[in-house]
Design a protein around this ligand. Structure first.
Ligand SMILES: [Zn+2]
Ligand SMILES: [Zn+2]
Length: 236
């Protein structure tokens, strides 16, 4: 999947304003409901090399590749200035599958290696209004490689402790080997390490009890080219 900048995406994004909605419909305006013809539009996300016993009990998640491209485009101004950008993902559940249908870009303050959402009540209001599950977050690493920093792990913990299915997408446009990754804390190993950790800022984490990795690639996330989505950019 190519997540590089696309002009078509850029055009759509020029019309995003506070509380306005960019709705992207595929040519065949399929709803989120599964049907048999949709199968061939699904791509398992690469890097799903950490299939562990627990992943079989996870719900499958579908996300639009275009949502990630559009996020990258909305982040471009920051990325060019070596500043991170973060967004929050909302999903709904249908027949046991979680569909990521909403990207909310909150007001935020960022540096080259951090991003903090402000006025989060605006995000909660949108999610509540639409009965969305806060299924994860997405952020850029404008100059760093594609990995989860210790600060990212603490942010991910706060999502995953509330919603066990929650995941983190890291978009790293300058990482030649991997320009994006979809991660979650391992369970119970990584979750236990983060639950006990009282440090803040950038720091190193000890080993998990079973010696496994603290975080892993999500094996249950699929990109779905027929999934429509909405973008709320609350920054202006
Ligand atoms: Zn990060
Ligand atoms: Zn820590």
């Amino acid at each position: 999947m190519d997540l590089t900048y696309q002009r078509e995406t850029a055009y759509k994004c020029q019309h995003v304003h506070v509380h306005s909605v960019t709705q992207s419909f595929p040519s065949r305006a399929l709803s989120f409901v599964e049907d048999s013809t949709q199968e061939r539009h699904l791509l398992r996300v690469k890097g799903a090399d950490c299939e562990i016993a627990h992943s079989s009990s996870r719900k499958n998640l579908h996300i639009s590749a275009r949502l990630m491209e559009e996020f990258l485009e909305l982040a471009k101004e920051n990325t060019d200035k070596d500043l991170e950008t973060c967004g929050i993902l909302g999903a709904f559940l249908d027949k046991g599958i979680l569909y990521v249908t909403t990207l909310i870009i909150p007001k935020q303050e960022s540096t080259s290696n951090s991003c903090v959402a402000k006025n989060e009540e605006e995000v909660f209001a949108i999610q509540h209004e639409r009965s969305l599950i806060p299924v994860g977050w997405i952020h850029t690493h404008p100059s760093q490689s594609c990995f989860m920093s210790s600060v990212d792990l603490h942010t991910q913990y706060s999502y995953q402790v509330m919603e066990p299915e929650a995941f983190a997408i890291v978009m790293a446009p300058t990482d030649a080997s991997r320009n994006y990754g979809i991660f979650r804390l391992s369970e119970p190993g990584g979750m236990n390490v983060l639950r006990e950790c009282r440090e803040r800022g950038f720091h190193t984490h000890g080993e998990t009890a079973d010696g496994g990795p603290i975080y892993e690639h999500c094996a249950n996330v699929y990109t779905n080219s027929n999934l429509r989505f909405e973008v709320f950019d609350l920054r202006q």
